[in-house]
Write a new protein. Structure first.
Length: 121
């Protein structure tokens, strides 16, 4: 399973990442992988995002940040000198037993789908 956490629906980086996973979705399924994206956006926001870009996989809403905090991706971030709390873009590769094989918190949104596909080889 590819489990990825992203900051916000309909933002530039998050859209590139989601569309990249969606475009390569048949290749992921051929390798037996499931893709799940998680953010703190609402179900309604996810639905609009999925429909707007025709996403081929499931987005999970975590507005209370339970899963986000369990995976330790809610952290202090700096943006243009301003410090705030938010989701740090992170991708996990998880095996059939639920063991995390790889965790990447230095994710470049546009490159992540291709990099994760290579991890499945």
């Amino acid at each position: 399973m590819i489990l990825y956490f992203y900051p916000k629906d309909n933002t530039a980086g998050c859209t590139k990442q989601a569309c990249g996973f969606s475009e390569r979705y048949p290749q992921f399924t051929e390798k037996g992988a499931v893709i799940l994206g998680v953010s703190k956006d609402s179900v309604a926001s996810h639905k609009r995002f999925e429909e707007k870009y025709g996403l081929a996989f499931t987005l999970l809403a975590d507005p209370e940040r339970k899963v986000i905090e369990a995976y330790d991706v809610w952290k202090e971030k700096k943006n243009y000198g301003k410090v705030s709390m938010g989701v740090v873009r992170t991708t996990y590769l998880i095996d059939e037993q639920g063991v995390i094989i790889k965790a990447n918190d230095k994710v470049k949104a546009a490159d992540d789908p291709e990099n994760m596909l290579k991890e499945l080889d």
